[in-house]
Design a binder for this molecule. Sequence first.
Ligand SMILES: Nc1ncnc2c1ncn2[C@@H]1O[C@H](COP(=O)(O)OP(=O)(O)O)[C@@H](O)[C@H]1O
Ligand SMILES: [Mg+2]
Length: 380
Amino acid sequence: MRKSKTGSLKQQYSRAEPVKNRVIRLARELKERTKELRCMYAISEVCERRGISLEEMLQGIVELLPASFQYPELACARLVSHAGVFRTAGFLQTRYRQRAPLIVNGRRAGALEVCYLRKSQHGAGALFLNAERKMLYTIAERLGKVIELKNAERELKTAHKKLQSLLRSVENSREEERRRIAHELHDELGHALMAIKIDLRGLRGSLPDDEVISDKTRKMDSVIDTTIRNLRRIAWELRPILLDEFGLQAAISALAKDFEGRYGIRCAVRICARAGQLEKPVALTLYRVVQELLTNVARHAMATKVSLALNSAGAGLALIFRDNGKGIPESAVSGKKTLGLLGIRERLYGCGGTLSIQGRRNRGTCVSISIPLRAAKEAK
Ligand SMILES: Nc1ncnc2c1ncn2[C@@H]1O[C@H](COP(=O)(O)OP(=O)(O)O)[C@@H](O)[C@H]1O
Ligand SMILES: [Mg+2]
């Protein structure tokens, strides 16, 4: 059986074309396919290059094309697209041309073409091989997809930037409003209460010496004192004056001290010197984040200790905030309705920062935050 098959193959060969010619033809075809394959690989490599712009990618691909055609020394290539026209050096549109349409989002958006500067003197067969035509169409199709992808990527980046700047402007106006209310509270109400307090003191001196009246006025005086203290605290929480005047280190240290005094939870603070050089919006972001994290510890953690470290990390800052409480549940970390954490995320997003929260049952919570310092300039 086998023998007869071999025999018949032999006969076929001798009838169709001499073996030697066939081998030469196959070798030539193999060489062409290898060139095409190499070109496809090189194109893939260009497409996957990190950080490459669309224009660089298209130019790179156009330059790779001629080498995969039968007569590379005579070939030149050009891509006409919405993204621009890209061509090999010395491109010339001739009548020895192969062309494939460029389709982007279902619409014709240009063409990819390869031209021979002149007809080759060596080749007797077709100027463009079938496989070459197919390859050009495949590459044009792939280019269409790449352009779609890059366009989408660009739109996403623009939307991301817009959202960041929107969040920053919302945050800025919120802070501005807080500053205004804090000043009104402090200057208007605070001064009015102080005036009442002084008047009351004057009044007490001129009142008849009556036990009931003096007890009442003493109580009124003490209520005024408490109200003034509360007012100062509220104004201070609304607008940390220390942050404006002495920087992040002083403001966070004061926050921690106040926290310790109020809740009896020890709070160790370590802040690197670089924090003193932060731009105002970034310092304010970090301050507000720490404020919310401390409030969360007081409200939810049942902790006895907190540690907070703000250090330089590469081109940015890293904040590690830990407590030794009951540990935040996973559902709260990934929950969408946790407004305090959402606020932290929004603030960080506005300045390009990241947040990671890990809770371990009865072994505390660790919050890690990173802020790139280039964000400082953009956040203005
Ligand atoms: N340090 C913490 N330890 C334990 N649980 C926490 C801690 N911080 C937050 N949580 C949990 O995460 C939830 C979401 O926090 P947050 O978004 O700040 O909302 P809120 O404080 O208003 O409840 C809290 O309700 C609480 O259950
Ligand atoms: Mg909270």
